[in-house]
Every structure is written in C-alpha cells, then in structure tokens.
Design a protein around this ligand. Structure first.
Ligand SMILES: *[C@@H]1O[C@H](CO)[C@@H](O)[C@H](O)[C@H]1NC(C)=O
Ligand SMILES: *[C@@H]1O[C@H](CO)[C@@H](O)[C@H](O)[C@H]1NC(C)=O
Ligand SMILES: *[C@@H]1O[C@H](CO)[C@@H](O)[C@H](O)[C@H]1NC(C)=O
Ligand SMILES: *[C@@H]1O[C@H](CO)[C@@H](O)[C@H](O)[C@H]1NC(C)=O
Ligand SMILES: *[C@@H]1O[C@H](CO)[C@@H](O)[C@H](O)[C@H]1NC(C)=O
Ligand SMILES: *[C@@H]1O[C@H](CO)[C@@H](O)[C@H](O)[C@H]1NC(C)=O
Ligand SMILES: *[C@@H]1O[C@H](CO)[C@@H](O)[C@H](O)[C@H]1NC(C)=O
Ligand SMILES: *[C@@H]1O[C@H](CO)[C@@H](O)[C@H](O)[C@H]1NC(C)=O
Ligand SMILES: *[C@@H]1O[C@H](CO)[C@@H](O)[C@H](O)[C@H]1NC(C)=O
Ligand SMILES: *[C@@H]1O[C@H](CO)[C@@H](O)[C@H](O)[C@H]1NC(C)=O
Ligand SMILES: *[C@@H]1O[C@H](CO)[C@@H](O)[C@H](O)[C@H]1NC(C)=O
Length: 263
C-alpha cells in the first residue's frame, strides 16, 4: 500500500524571482502582481498586524501590504469621518443605562489602539470563512487576497506565506493537480526558502499518519509518504512552478543534483 499526500496552496504569495537572469525571468516577475479585493465595508479584521502606516490611497496601502508580505489589510479612507460610529452608539447606550439607574458616569478609559493612529494595517493572515475576527468599525474597509473564494475553515494559514489545505488521499500527480485546482488553488509553490521551511514545519505538525501497514513481513508496504508540490515538467527537463514561472529563474535550490525529476 502506498499512502500519498497532496499539499495545496489556495493562492500563492511569494517573492519575485531572486535570480532573475534573463528576459524570461523579468517577464515572470512582472506578470505576477497579487490583487487585494475589498471584502467588508465599515469593518476591519482583528488579526495579527505586521505593519502599519499612514497613506493617502488604498493603492498605497496595497503596495505596502505586498511589500510586507501581507495576506490582507484594513484601510481607512482619508476622507471618511474618523469616528467609529459603533463606538458612539455603544457609548450612548451606556450613558442611557447609567442615567436611568442613577449611577455616576463611569470614568472614561481612553484605550487607543493603532487603529486610532494609522489608516493602513497589514495582516499576516486573512479572515477565514466564518470571519470570526472581524470587528465593526465605520472608519475602515477590509481587503484580502482571498475574496473570490474564501478559504475553507479547514484551511491553515501560514503567516505571510499563504493558505494551505492538506489532503491525505492517495492520488497520482494529475489527479492531485486537479483536486487542488478544483479547490480553487494549486499544488504548493515551494520555490523559496521561507516556503519550503514553513511548509515542512506544517507537514511535521500534522497528526501522525499510518505510513506503514501493519505487516512487517511485507517490506514493500513500508513506503515513505509521498507529497506532491507545484512543479510541472511542462517542457522536457524544464520545470515550471504552479504560477507558471520557470524554476530556473529562482535561485533557491533545495534538491539533489539532477533533481527535481519527474516521478
Ligand atoms: C481584538 O484583539 C484584541 C487583542 O488581540 C482583543 O483584546 C480584542 O478583544 C479583540 N477584539 C474583538 C472585538 O475581537
Ligand atoms: C464627523 O462626525 C462628527 C460627529 O457627528 C462631526 O462633528 C464631524 O464634523 C464629522 N467630520 C466630518 C469630516 O464629517
Ligand atoms: C456620555 O456621557 C459622557 C459624560 O457623561 C459625555 O461626555 C459623552 O459625550 C456622552 N456620550 C454620548 C455619545 O452621548
Ligand atoms: C456589527 O454590527 C451589526 C449591526 O450593524 C451587528 O449585527 C453585528 O453583530 C456586529 N458585528 C460584530 C462583530 O460586532
Ligand atoms: C471560526 O473559525 C475558527 C477557525 O477557523 C474556529 O476556531 C472558530 O471556532 C469558528 N467559529 C465559529 C463560530 O464557527
Ligand atoms: C475541507 O472541508 C470541506 C468542506 O468544508 C471538504 O469538502 C473538504 O474535503 C475538506 N478538505 C480537507 C483536505 O479536509
Ligand atoms: C491517474 O489516476 C487516474 C485514475 O485514478 C487515471 O485515470 C489516470 O490515467 C492516472 N494518471 C496517470 C498519469 O497515471
Ligand atoms: C501540469 O500538470 C498537470 C497534470 O499532469 C496538467 O494537467 C497541466 O496541464 C500541466 N500544466 C502545464 C502548464 O503544463
Ligand atoms: C493508525 O493505526 C492504528 C492501529 O493500526 C489506529 O488505531 C489509528 O487510528 C491509525 N491512525 C490513523 C491516523 O489512521
Ligand atoms: C498488527 O496486527 C496484529 C494481528 O495481525 C494485531 O494483533 C496488532 O494489534 C496489530 N498492530 C497494530 C499496531 O495495529
Ligand atoms: C501481510 O503480508 C503477507 C505477505 O505479503 C500477506 O500474505 C498477508 O496477507 C499480509 N497480511 C495483512 C494483514 O495485510
């Protein structure tokens, strides 16, 4: 028996090729610009902020997010009233209940967050399908790389790298490729040190699977797990990443001489 695992990245978030050596590579680098989509109006995400800045336009905020390897961002348009109306309403309600019960007004605690000082917050992970960390805030809009297809709740975010789904069904490469595409993604892009390191860590963190059959007499059954990654040998001896970039445009090398090889 052979147990095969497939690793899929829903959307890629990667650096431009480091070793851009020829025109092909430059074209690769230009082709891929990750787009952020507005997903929520008058709301912001409360996920981990990895950078904040004050900018004039949403475009500047998106550029900053790409620069910081963010997967989403909150942006407060400069022209919008810089009062969070949800706070005002809440305060009003509190005032009313305080007055009606004849209690002295509670001392106002000024608790400022960076949302009060910066209008562009870059997030290392997007909201998942249930939007569990979205916060009502009329000052902000929320933008994400993952709007057209919200990641499934069983997807895992690897901060600043991307969203991943691990599938442990036994498949051949073509089927694995198609499963990932129909899930709205692609086989995992691994052509960088950070991606390889983080994905290896992620796989190692998965619950232990039974890679060997319970039959010590059958040695052929004890085969190491096989994981598919996003490299296609589209042209003989020339590999392409799942974003259709030439692998030889990447300086990253984490394989033995003569590899990668098609299996
Ligand atoms: C937002 O996050 C902060 C810190 O992580 C937490 O204290 C706060 O309760 C969160 N707010 C909401 C509305 O989830
Ligand atoms: C924002 O709202 C406050 C409260 O109603 C108001 O006083 C202020 O003038 C508004 N500012 C702008 C720029 O509209
Ligand atoms: C709530 O009460 C405080 C003091 O009693 C006042 O300063 C504040 O403006 C009130 N807020 C609203 C929204 O009415
Ligand atoms: C945001 O506000 C709406 C009403 O405008 C409310 O139904 C919803 O529960 C609020 N969400 C959060 C996360 O506070
Ligand atoms: C929303 O999703 C997160 C993680 O995907 C999960 O921890 C949380 O329990 C979910 N919340 C609801 C209300 O389903
Ligand atoms: C993730 O969950 C969806 C349904 O929410 C399911 O169809 C899919 O098979 C799951 N994928 C994995 C890899 O568990
Ligand atoms: C992959 O498996 C499917 C059936 O599971 C089969 O039809 C297809 O020919 C296989 N592809 C390759 C390249 O082996
Ligand atoms: C990559 O491989 C898959 C599966 O064999 C195939 O369907 C797809 O067309 C290939 N992509 C390219 C760009 O050749
Ligand atoms: C691995 O095998 C053991 C016994 O053979 C079984 O109890 C366990 O549930 C299996 N684990 C998985 C993840 O399939
Ligand atoms: C392996 O199989 C034997 C019987 O065939 C059984 O007694 C034993 O519990 C199995 N071990 C595991 C780990 O499943
Ligand atoms: C163990 O392997 C032997 C030889 O390959 C085979 O005859 C036997 O049926 C296997 N037993 C199990 C439980 O898979």
């Amino acid at each position: 028996m052979r147990l095969t695992a497939v690793l899929a990245a829903l959307v890629l978030s990667h650096h431009p090729p480091e070793g851009a050596t020829d025109r092909h590579c430059e074209a690769n680098a230009r082709k891929i610009v990750h787009r952020f989509y507005p997903l929520r109006h008058c709301q912001r995400s409360n996920r981990t902020v990895i950078g904040f800045i004050n900018v004039q336009s949403v475009r500047e905020c998106a550029d900053y997010a790409r620069d910081k390897q963010g997967l989403a961002f909150n942006f407060a348009p400069v022209k919008r009233n810089n009062t969070n109306w949800y706070d005002v309403v809440r305060e009003r309600e509190q005032n009313q209940s305080t007055v009606s019960s004849w209690k002295p007004a509670p001392p106002r605690v000024a608790s400022f967050g960076f949302e009060d000082f910066y209008n562009c917050h870059v997030l290392d992970c997007p909201e998942y399908r249930n939007l569990s960390t979205i916060v009502n805030d009329t000052r902000f809009d929320y933008y994400t790389l993952y709007a057209r297809l919200l990641p499934a709740s069983n997807a895992t975010c690897i901060p600043s790298i991307g969203m991943f789904l691990f599938d442990d069904t036994k498949l051949n490469y073509s089927n694995a490729y198609n499963v990932c595409v129909s899930a709205g993604g692609s086989l995992a892009h691994i052509a960088s040190d950070a991606r390889t390191f983080q994905l290896s860590k992620y796989i190692a963190s998965l619950p232990e699977m039974n890679y060997t059959t319970n039959n010590s007499t059958d040695t052929t059954s004890a085969i190491e797990p096989l994981y598919y990654v996003g490299l296609n040998e589209t042209v003989k001896n020339r590999f392409f990443t799942s974003a259709d970039e030439r692998l030889d445009c990447f300086r990253f090398r984490a394989w033995a001489p003569g590899h990668p090889a098609y299996v």
